[in-house]
Unconditional design. Structure first.
Length: 508
């Protein structure tokens, strides 16, 4: 059976460009991850190009059917029905059914830590937020070959013998990026497939939209209130208890899997990894700025703005950043005054919260009830989730994903979080208009529009402006694979420098 999907090529600049798994490898993954599955029972469909950016996604359906010689499941005896033909007895636990899974293959440029991070985050939500609907982890592989499971997290089973499996039953795996499609040893994870579709803009209108945003807020409140706070900032890794943790790692949760602990360690997308734990908001943003400066220095594509950008950022880090409230927030200042009076008291560092870090409509699934009402069925894609400063979830949305949510929808979301007592103090008061705290977004056409930080106090505004500066020092979206003309490149880099300059001047 073949589905008729529109075959669009994946852009070369996407991490999932030319990342594919063969039919045989996918079937081997499924057969070695689940019990009593025949390759002939498996069908696979590739998510069309353009529906995923960082990963290649395959949907796997398993139709469980009775094998030759097995008897079917029958509730009563032939004598009870008066039928002359004897009914078959139950001899197998297998019953006809279709079960769906999602196979997520990581794109180029990511290593084993990306797999570890998402697996660990899903396991943590399952442990601390058991009522929350998220995909269930079945298996994963950090190197593309070992099959790792909950009971065997180190992976003692290999996929080496996958070539001999039957190749029937694959649907639409030929969405070509190039003629030399490769079966790469990329990391992967096999997850349960949660029913639903992503949120569309029209879903957020009227009372239906308010209901959905209230439900999203309840998901976020669940993890903000029930996940343990972290003593460091960053993504998470899985470290066997028999191994020594790296110097930059901080223990978060013990024994999430047999013999395996969860640690907080750096950031997946950082150009430079920290050499020690990042324990405060100041340490975190300082590290991110230094990492961005290194990328600015190392990448030739940024040469046009390298000198003025580096000079402005270093001056900001020396003269302005240490004076900001986010560097020494009021609660820490009050504790410092207490420590001055009671020097024997041990300092308690900042605590950081579980943060999704990509909370957008494309990562929220909804289902429709018989009466036409939409309800949130799951929140997906925790690949960049981790422990971050308490403002980060909201600052990231305003800086990087401001166009994803309509203003009225985000107001409903924040109002519900406030009712649930799931917001930090800097966001705890109502109000969506802040005078005088603005930035601007420049487009390639040269037009500008004001970006008002619509809620929160000065500490939150500082967090947003610092993040805006960090994201534009060495803008990730400007890369060689974009094939920009010199004029287009200079316009993009001028825009990035202008955003950094305005953010710094506002903070000063």
């Amino acid at each position: 059976q073949t589905s008729h999907l529109v075959k669009m090529p994946t852009p070369r600049s996407n991490p999932n460009y030319n990342v594919h798994f063969s039919d045989a490898k996918i079937k081997s993954i499924v057969c070695k991850s689940l019990d009593e599955v025949d390759p002939g029972e498996i069908t696979v469909e590739e998510l069309p190009s353009g529906k995923s950016f960082n990963n290649r996604i395959y949907y796997v359906d398993i139709y469980t059917k009775l094998r030759s010689g097995e008897e079917s499941l029958v509730a009563s005896d032939a004598s009870d029905t008066g039928d002359d033909e004897p009914l078959e007895r139950v001899t197998s636990r297998r019953t006809p059914a279709t079960t769906s899974y999602a196979l997520k293959v990581i794109g180029r440029g990511f290593d084993a830590r990306k797999i570890q991070n998402e697996i660990a985050c899903l396991l943590l939500l399952e442990k601390y937020c058991p009522s929350m609907s998220v995909p269930r982890v079945l298996s994963w592989s950090e190197d593309g070959e070992r099959v790792q499971t909950r009971s065997d997290p180190l992976g003692s089973v290999s996929l080496e013998a996958h070539e001999h499996l039957p190749t029937q039953g694959l649907r639409s795996l030929s969405i070509s990026d190039a003629d030399d499609k490769q079966d790469l040893k990329q990391g992967w994870m096999l997850l349960s497939r949660v029913p639903g579709r992503i949120i569309y803009p029209k879903d957020l209108e009227g009372s239906q939209g308010r209901t959905l945003m209230t439900q999203v807020a309840n998901y976020v409140a669940d993890w903000r209130k029930n996940m343990p706070r972290g003593n460091a900032v960053g993504n998470v890794v899985l470290i066997p208890q028999a191994m020594a943790a790296p110097p930059a790692a901080t223990l978060y949760v013990r024994s999430i899997l047999p013999g395996t602990d969860v640690y907080i360690q750096g950031r997946l997308t950082g150009h430079v990894q920290p050499s020690r734990p990042l324990t405060t908001h100041l340490e975190y943003v300082t590290h991110r700025l230094n990492s961005a400066l290194r990328k600015l220095h190392d990448s030739e594509i940024y040469e046009y703005i390298r000198q003025p950008m580096a000079s402005a950022v270093r001056r900001f880090m020396t003269e302005t950043l240490p004076q900001l409230d986010i560097a020494f927030p009021p609660e820490r200042r009050r504790r410092a005054e207490c420590w001055a009076s009671f020097p024997d008291e041990a300092e308690v560092g900042e605590k950081h919260m579980f943060t999704h870090y990509d909370l957008s409509p494309r990562n929220v699934l909804v289902t429709e009830s018989d009466d036409g009402q939409l309800n949130v069925s799951a929140i997906l894609d925790l690949e960049f989730s981790g422990m971050y400063p308490i403002y980060e979830e909201f600052a990231n949305t305003l800086v990087n994903d401001a166009d994803d949510w309509p203003k009225h929808s985000y107001e409903t979301f924040m109002t519900e979080l406030r009712k649930l007592d799931a917001l930090p103090a800097a966001l705890g008061h109502a109000g969506y208009c802040c005078k005088g705290v603005t930035g601007e977004r420049e487009y390639l056409s040269g037009q500008q529009e004001d970006e008002i930080i619509p809620f929160g106090d000065m500490i939150f505004h500082q967090a947003c402006l610092v993040m805006r500066a960090i994201e534009n020092v060495a803008p990730w979206w400007v890369k060689d694979s974009c094939n920009l003309t010199a004029e287009e490149l200079h316009a993009e880099l001028d825009g990035a420098y202008s955003r950094v300059d305005r953010a710094i001047k506002t903070l000063e």
